[in-house]
Design a protein around this ligand. Structure first.
Ligand code: DGL
Length: 249
């Protein structure tokens, strides 16, 4: 049985946990929500690196064999730094799903929803430069999305207005494909789909990240699956948001 550590600035990374568990149902999971420091999206790189080191130390202390950085913003700011600092630890990060979006769009316009930190990160900019040369990319920060999810507000007038204000400009620009570039956003998927309508494809990169986690465990020869499952949830701040989101899963 492997011990799989995951972390995010809050409950958003549970959208990744959900996919990893589908592929690896017989492991021990440790999930860390750094919600005392949420959001990461507006913080500088140095701050996110420091938090990522503190959380990594916690997860390693809990016996993590692999760490999934279940946060696009932390991946952008800190994963290269973490790999250098902990060369023996396998890390899996979030990939901005620009490639499948660029390959799949029919209108030639893709919309990317992410935090400000992710959108200015070199990982995202490189991926966009590499795969989206022939399509138009329209970007938007999901302003207020993280707060909605942390507060468990996934529907209703407030959520609808917040989500619409970020999604509508992407639709107006002609996007037929939306990339969810923040792990909190998939929890708003029903609302985003309703606003976008049936002709718009919405891509959550979490299933691909789960496949990558499985691949790396195999590659490293870390034993998995012995018919038992457990999960430890840890928050650096108020535990209520994580408990609420976990119940929802
Ligand atoms: N869930 C995070 C992400 O994927 C970060 C949200 C935030 O803390 O700003 O980017």
């Amino acid at each position: 049985m492997a011990t799989i550590g995951l972390y995010d600035s809050g409950s958003g990374g549970l959208s990744v946990y959900r996919e990893v568990v589908k592929l690896l149902p017989e492991e021990h999971y440790v999930y860390f929500a750094d919600n005392a420091h949420c959001p990461y999206g507006t913080k500088d790189v140095q701050y996110i690196r420091e938090r990522s080191v503190a959380v990594t130390d916690f997860l390693l202390n809990e016996g993590a064999d692999i760490i999934v950085v279940a946060c696009n913003t932390a991946t952008a700011a800190a994963i290269a730094f973490l790999r250098e600092k902990y060369p023996a630890v396998p890390f899996v990060g979030m990939e901005p799903a620009v490639k499948p979006a660029a390959l799949g769009t029919r209108s030639g316009v893709i919309g990317v929803l992410a935090t400000a930190g992710t959108l200015k990160g070199s990982k995202y900019l490189d991926t966009r430069g590499r795969w989206a040369g022939d399509v138009r990319v329209v970007e938007r920060v999901g302003q207020g999305f993280v707060e909605l999810v942390e507060n468990g507000i996934l529907d209703g007038p407030e959520a609808e207005a917040t989500v619409r204000s970020a999604v509508q400009p992407l639709l107006d620009a002609g996007a037929d494909t939306l990339v969810l570039g923040c792990t909190h956003y998939p929890f708003l998927m029903p609302l985003i789909s309703r606003i976008a309508g049936p002709g718009v494809n919405i891509i959550d990169p979490a299933p691909a990240v789960a496949r990558q986690t499985l691949r790396i465990l195999k590659e490293k020869g870390i034993p998995t699956g012995d018919a038992s499952f457990s999960v430890l949830l840890h928050s650096s701040g108020d535990p209520a948001p994580l408990q609420r989101m976990f119940k929802l899963l």
